[in-house]
Design a protein around this ligand. Structure first.
Ligand code: ZN
Length: 308
């Protein structure tokens, strides 16, 4: 990490309650006290930018020292309830990349469904066919985390259809429990009203993040275009906004391709960061910007001198 490179922080959620079992084991939702300290730190020590400023300044010779952008992916309700009041308190701009098809619905992200099933089942082991039939021992937290990670990883590498089949099978096998959005506050997405309130605040920017969080490169081009179009249309209509920003679902290398970028540009998207770990020197292509997933899998808050 270099002082003069632009850092884009990537958060999914901010949480204020205790977890049951392996809930939030990945650190996807940062604890509210930690988030408060981080925002306080960047307000005092960094050059905080809005994502809207990035396209025009990325071509300049240098970024100001410690330039940073705050971003949120997916549209969880805790963004509205917990993160937004803190961002407002410090006047920190942020961009919210929204999975449009989840807003206002009682739907759970597929990764959270896998976590919830394996977390709450009373079963001690199960068999599941991934590339071949595997035996998963889930006697304790550690084994549960290994199982969740293995299944998630396999699903992310496979097509949408395959992923849905695996999730369906898993529900059948672990049938003593049903994934339920009420099992954790962190599973809930925002309502349209909550999102509308965020979008009306000039500190905040709304961007797209697919319709159903399916990985673009694992779909046919036709489906990818449908998913992008549907998400942009819904957000523009419901929020009465021009959507100019986007973030790829999953966003790792191989989760998007040239066709994705070409299509996003045809939809007037001007900037689309990845979730690839790193910071950004000047002149980085706006469709390949790297980000830092703070807290996720123990990724550190990227500023020197920050003590937790
Ligand atoms: Zn996402």
């Amino acid at each position: 990490m270099k002082k003069n490179n632009l850092k884009i922080l990537l958060y999914h959620g901010v949480t204020d309650h205790k977890n049951r079992g392996v809930q939030n084991y990945s650190g996807k939702h940062v604890h509210v006290n930690e988030f408060y300290k981080q925002m306080n730190f960047i307000k005092k020590n960094c050059n905080v930018l809005s994502i809207d400023q990035v396209p025009s300044i990325i071509k300049k010779k240098n970024f100001l020292k410690n330039s940073v952008v705050v971003s949120f992916d997916d549209g969880f309700e805790n963004n509205y309830k917990i993160a937004v009041p803190i961002l407002k308190k410090f006047s920190i701009p942020a961009v919210f990349y929204i999975t449009a098809g989840m807003i206002g619905k009682k739907k759970m992200f597929w990764v959270d469904q896998i976590e919830d099933l394996i977390n709450l089942t009373k079963k001690k082991e199960f068999f599941l066919k991934l590339s071949r039939k595997l035996n998963f021992s889930i006697k304790n937290k550690k084994e549960k985390i290994i199982a969740i990670n293995k299944i998630k990883k396999f699903c992310k590498k496979n097509s949408k259809l395959n992923k849905e089949k695996i999730l369906k099978n898993l529900k059948k096998i672990l049938n003593d429990v049903q994934p339920n959005i009420n099992h954790s506050k962190n599973y809930k997405s925002m309502s349209w009203n909550q999102l509308k309130k965020i979008s009306k605040n000039s500190l905040f920017t709304i961007g797209g993040h697919s319709y159903n969080h399916n990985i673009f490169s694992k779909m046919t081009n036709k489906d990818m275009k449908k998913e992008i179009t549907k998400s942009i249309n819904l957000l523009s209509k419901k929020l009465n906004l021009n959507i100019k920003h986007y973030a790829y679902p999953e966003g790792q290398k191989g989760d998007f391709n040239i066709a994705t970028i070409k299509f996003l540009k045809s939809k007037k998207i001007i900037c689309c960061p990845t979730a690839i770990h790193g910071d950004n020197p000047v002149n980085t292509n706006l469709f390949y910007l790297k980000r830092i997933m703070v807290g996720f899998e123990k990724n550190k808050f990227p500023f020197n001198g920050y003590l937790t």
